[in-house]
Design a binder for this molecule. Structure first.
Ligand code: GLY
Length: 314
């Protein structure tokens, strides 16, 4: 059973913020690791600016995740993992714990920032989850749209083709039936100065996933959750999070057993990921501002605000 690595960050100010940049095997070179650390710091700075101005936790997690969606070093927005067909199908979710509201998009192809599209679903529609909102809908809600090719980067195409030694092979590697594990889903959790909690998660899914596959990220309670007690954002192989409703499992353990956040996170990862053979991690925030960052994968890119500014652990 892989060990669970867990960090607890006690409350240290008026607000709290943590981000993740994905979980999985440690395989990126030093250059990419530097870029990822810089990306996490930029995301923390964006969220910090919102919270320091007494902005909401919801605004902060959206600001942080939007920064990571624009960063090719992560599996979200531009530079996201590609489907077996070589397309980017993006999933995102936001949860506003104080308002008990959520919004999500699945297989989004046109929204430059899927996290903002998810927020628009929450705030501008009577719905919670929309599949692939199209250009007309994005125009109607005033969100920036891009051509789907904008998300596809040479690095991600190379990753998709890595299963074959033939450089002229089509994007679909012969015989690929199982998605390869991706690395880099992004997310944020925050508690603002008014005590409100929020979570946001955004991803391209896993490299080589079947077109149309939807992971845990946009499913409220699986990859993303927030209520008045906890906010949770997950990263890892989405099927395991979906089968266990992992993010909600953390919240349920806090609510119904009275567990502290760290115990709830550790036990949920153990039961929902480790036992069935899954891989990944979560970041979580509690109502008192405590942050917990934990994973059972080899690595999880993560960072949080500390008393002396952003702290990043890559
Ligand atoms: N956790 C991201 C995904 O599996 O889609």
């Amino acid at each position: 059973m892989p060990p669970i690595q867990l960090t607890t960050v006690p409350p240290h100010g008026a607000f709290s913020l943590a981000v993740h940049g994905g979980a999985g095997p440690l395989r990126d070179g030093p250059e990419r690791a530097v870029a990822q650390a810089a990306g996490l710091r930029a995301a923390l700075a964006a969220g910090d600016a919102v919270l320091a101005a007494r902005g909401s936790a919801l605004d902060a997690v959206c600001a942080a995740v939007a920064v990571l969606e624009d960063d090719e070093a992560f599996n979200a927005g531009r530079g996201a993992a590609l489907t077996v067909d070589g397309t980017a199908e993006l999933d995102a979710c936001v949860c506003d714990g104080a308002a008990a509201q959520a919004g999500a998009v699945a297989a989004s192809r046109f929204a430059r920032h899927p996290v903002l599209a998810a927020r628009a679903v929450m705030e501008r529609t009577p719905h919670v989850l929309m599949a692939g909102p199209g250009p007309d809908w994005l125009d109607a809600v005033g969100l920036e749209r891009v051509d789907p090719s904008w998300f596809v980067t040479p690095a991600r195409l190379a990753a998709l083709r890595a299963g074959t030694s033939d450089p002229t092979a089509p994007a679909v590697p012969a015989g690929l039936t199982e998605p390869r594990v991706g690395h880099g889903t992004v997310g944020a959790v925050a508690r603002d100065a008014a005590g409100r909690l929020a979570a946001a998660t955004s991803t391209g899914g896993v490299t080589g996933q079947w077109a149309g596959r939807i992971g845990d990220t946009p499913v409220v309670g699986a990859g993303t959750w927030a209520d008045e007690r906890v906010a949770v954002s997950g990263t890892g192989i989405g099927e395991y999070f979906l089968r266990a409703a992992l993010a909600h499992d953390v919240a349920a353990r806090v609510r119904w057993t009275g567990a502290g956040l760290a115990d709830a996170v550790r036990d949920a990862i153990a039961d929902d990921l480790v036992v069935p053979g899954g891989d990944g991690g979560v970041i979580a925030a509690a109502a008192d501002g405590t942050l917990v960052l934990a994973h059972c994968s080899q690595a999880m890119l993560r960072g949080h605000l500390g008393p002396a500014g952003p702290v990043v652990v890559a």
